[in-house]
Design a protein around this ligand. Structure first.
Ligand code: NAD
Length: 296
């Protein structure tokens, strides 16, 4: 297997949405030679305006790249991108494929095996931290795959993330990510419901958040979402409700597939699917508060 991928190695970055653009920009800042691609013309225009060089096609971006990074909505989109015959022809045994999307872990295992049969290494390396930490290069990165393949990606991960975890074999990063988002989403709903009850009782919502943050009820939602994106009425965290519903479905399906009882995960999958249907998949995920807090 080839060695560590270091600047100025050529990197294909497929999926230039809310996360992809700032992550690609971090790689450029670290000295890598970037060629981006996105299926959607408006995303290509926005990425180009943000200083991301584009390939003429996905395959052209991938040709001779040391690594192909995918940052797409889900595992289905990742498979669609990597199964494009022109992309298939551009990947070689030297290419390291890194799926940084929040994909489903069982699909990732299958994709890993399919690529391995062609001599191509795949690692899963989903992220947490959102758009602001993508911009800062301080994402949490949860890697799954063979150790030697993860070693090759170290300089890439160092450019985009602050906490790099080796979670286990192929799919382990994606399993960890879905479970993280389950905990995160459940904490957000719990905090919003608490504010709904407290407000009806006569408590001040902002004071409630202050108390939670100084007490054992503190969580990521109380710290960085309730005041900033919900009580402010901004609903602008940059993570859509459709993607959150997808992650919750992944976590619920994973528990079911491996035969573990997880009734709260199943309830969260149901609740977020209904919220995404109600508000539209493109709405910010913090807008779920609109269905719980009458005044939001
Ligand atoms: P996004 O919808 O803003 O971007 C996804 C991009 O992928 C879009 O521009 C879309 O046109 C493109 N795309 C879809 N199919 C494609 C294909 N076959 N080939 C090329 N491009 C294609 O999504 P995002 O918020 O950037 O999230 C990307 C991934 O990261 C998701 O899996 C999401 O769950 C995860 N994630 C998002 C956040 C966040 O805060 N936004 C945080 C952590 C993880």
């Amino acid at each position: 297997m080839a060695g560590m991928i270091s600047p100025p190695a050529a990197i294909a970055f497929i999926g230039l949405g809310k996360m992809g653009v700032p992550m690609a920009a971090r790689l450029i800042g670290a000295g890598f030679t970037l060629r981006g691609w996105d299926l959607a013309p408006p995303a290509r225009v926005a990425a180009s305006a943000a200083g991301i060089p584009l390939g003429a096609s996905a395959a052209e971006a991938c040709r001779d790249a040391a690594a192909v990074i995918t940052m797409l909505p889900d595992g289905k989109a990742v498979r669609a991108a990597l199964e494009d015959p022109a992309v298939v022809a551009a990947l070689t045994a030297e290419t390291l494929v890194i799926d940084m999307s929040s994909s489903d872990p069982l699909g990732t295992r299958a994709l890993h095996a399919a690529l391995a049969a062609r001599g191509i290494a795949l690692i899963d390396a989903p992220v947490s931290g959102g758009v602001s930490r993508a911009i800062d290069g301080t994402l949490a990165i949860m890697a799954g795959g063979e150790g030697a393949a993860i070693d090759r990606a170290e300089a890439l991960f160092a450019a985009m993330g602050k906490h790099i975890f080796r979670c286990g074999p192929p799919g382990a990063g994606h399993a960890m990510k879905a479970l993280n988002n389950y905990v995160s989403a459940a904490g957000l709903v719990a905090a919003i419901e608490a504010v709904a009850v407290g407000a009806r009782f006569g408590l001040d919502a902002a004071t409630m958040v202050d108390v939670l943050n100084a007490s054992t009820g503190r969580n990521n939602a109380t710290e960085v979402k309730l005041k900033q994106h919900i009580l402010s009425g901004g609903f602008g965290s940059g993570f859509s409700i459709g993607l959150m519903a997808k992650d919750l479905a992944t976590a619920g399906a994973l528990a079911e597939a491996i035969g573990v009882e997880a009734p709260l995960a199943a309830e969260m999958a149901r609740r977020w699917r209904a919220a995404a249907a109600d508000l539209g998949a493109a709405a910010d995920h913090t807008a779920i508060a609109r269905l719980i807090l009458p005044q939001a």
